[in-house]
Design a protein around this ligand. Structure first.
Ligand SMILES: [Fe+2]
Length: 471
């Protein structure tokens, strides 16, 4: 097979996953239904969008980061999309760094070994979006009004290393609580950046070996690090994977004081976790809810040729679980919330790090490709759930929860009347190439969207979304 058509077999470069070519900014969008007047802010979603067509083996995770945003105010909506201006994006072709199907390289003066795309996650901190990368890279500050890249964020030169995707913002303090890991060093790092952008805490955590975590938990006082039985492997890259599972290695969670100090480690039955739902403190217990991976029950599909292994890994399936870790007794307990499959969980971020009753996840159809046929809302206390199914042939993105803005005492305040008093916002795309933004009542998930906003171009399937109130 020649290098020019190998990507005809790559399911993550076609259909819902095909990149878009244009950066646009369009206002006065056509709306079906009515945009609630008490919805004010922006929904942003990151994802891969190769700026030039890949010619060699290309992993979905390697596409240049592109942010799609939709802003709501006074019942109107506007849309824009922009690339994330990472150093490697700006140096397109000149950087020594490559994607994860190739051997890693060193880059002078930088602590990344692959092409840093910042394509994975977004947080809203200190009045700007930060685009974050799953291998832990250089955060990129992005203007939340225009999506223009502001700079590679170093917090006034004080950031010692990198920041991983799924670092989190504490809604009470406005702090960015972050973690960092490395492909080759048996260490992780944790840190805090104040609400105004000053690095206030940083420490190094020793591990038995290098690890490949994807997320962390945050509570009022702790960071929960994941020491999971998945490691990076150059050998795996030669087999067109990039990670291997180490079956006899336990799962450990390290509860690290946010103010600094040694972790308390808790060991649990072996598992892998991509995404944390939320974490909180409950008396002496530190509690983390997350989606625990289960086998997808699929066989690698030969029709994808050299991409069969990638497609199999991306056909992820997981179930919601809860882990309780008692800081007094050192005992841990694992509880299953439900046995239905879901992933990409989000909560009302005003409650991040505090006990949440509700979470919102995507659900999958039976297709081997990672596509989201609906949303599910969980009552985490009872495991009860309600669903929102997208129309046949329409697929969504990871949603974000947008709190309803209540007008009180003559001024606007984001003091909605309860944890689920607000909306779920998501982008959708159909197989014909049309996209919309949907506004769904978070207290009535089964109802049709309150509004469907027609977008001027397709939003390719991607990774993580965030809501920024009032932008
Ligand atoms: Fe993720």
């Amino acid at each position: 097979m020649s290098q020019t058509n190998i990507n005809d077999l790559n399911p993550y470069l076609h259909g819902l996953f095909a990149p878009v070519e244009k950066e646009v900014a369009v206002g006065a969008l056509e709306v079906v239904g009515e945009i609630p007047r008490d919805l004010h802010g922006g929904y942003f979603r990151n994802g891969p969008n190769p700026q030039t067509p890949p010619t060699g083996m290309h992993h979905w995770f390697d596409g240049d980061g592109m942010i799609h945003g939709v802003w709501f105010e006074n019942g109107k909506a506007r849309y824009a999309n922009r690339y994330v201006g990472t150093q490697d994006f700006k140096e397109n072709g000149a950087s020594p760094l490559t994607g994860i199907f190739d051997p890693s390289h060193d880059a002078p003066g930088r602590k990344v070994h692959y092409r840093d795309t910042a394509n994975t996650d977004l947080v809203y901190h200190n009045g700007q979006l930060l685009a974050l990368w799953y291998i832990s890279g250089q955060p990129v500050a992005v203007d939340a009004e225009t999506l223009e890249t502001i700079r590679t964020e170093t917090f006034s030169g004080k950031l010692p290393k990198n920041i991983s995707a799924h670092s989190k913002v504490d809604p009470e303090t406005g702090e960015l609580v972050f973690f960092d890991y490395a492909l080759y060093e048996p260490k992780m790092w944790t840190g805090t950046v104040s609400a105004t952008g000053a690095l206030t805490q940083f420490q190094e955590i020793d591990l038995p070996g290098p690890r490949l975590p994807h997320d962390m938990g945050m509570t009022e006082n702790y960071i929960i690090l994941h020491d999971l039985p998945v490691v990076f492997s150059e050998q795996a890259i030669r087999n067109r994977m990039w990670q291997i599972h180490v079956a006899d290695q336990p799962t450990r969670f390290g509860v690290v004081p946010r103010k600094g100090g040694d972790p308390t480690w808790f060991e649990f039955p072996t598992c892998y976790i991509y995404h944390v739902i939320n974490a909180w403190e409950d008396g002496d217990d530190v509690v983390m809810a997350a989606c625990k991976m289960v086998p997808n029950g699929l066989k690698p599909d030969a029709k994808f040729g050299p991409y069969a292994a990638m497609a199999d890994v991306l056909a992820l399936r997981a179930q919601p679980f809860l882990w309780r870790m008692n800081m007094k007794t050192g005992e841990g307990r694992e509880e299953q919330i439900d046995d239905a499959v879901s992933e990409f969980p989000v909560v009302n971020n005003a409650y991040a790090g505090r006990k949440t009753k509700y979470s919102y996840h995507v659900i999958f159809d039976d297709c081997v490709e990672q596509r989201f046929s609906g949303l599910v809302k969980y009552d985490l206390e009872t495991g009860a759930s309600t669903r929102h199914d997208f129309p046949e042939g329409v697929f969504g993105s990871e949603p974000a929860f947008a709190p309803r803005v209540r007008k009180r005492a003559g001024h606007d305040a984001s003091n909605a009347d309860g944890e689920d008093d607000g909306y779920l916002i998501t982008f959708t795309a159909d197989l014909g190439g049309a996209s919309e933004a949907h506004i769904i009542d978070a207290q009535n998930l089964t109802a049709p969207p309150l509004a469907r906003i027609k977008l001027p171009q397709r939003v390719p399937a991607g990774f993580h979304g965030v809501w920024a109130q009032g932008v």
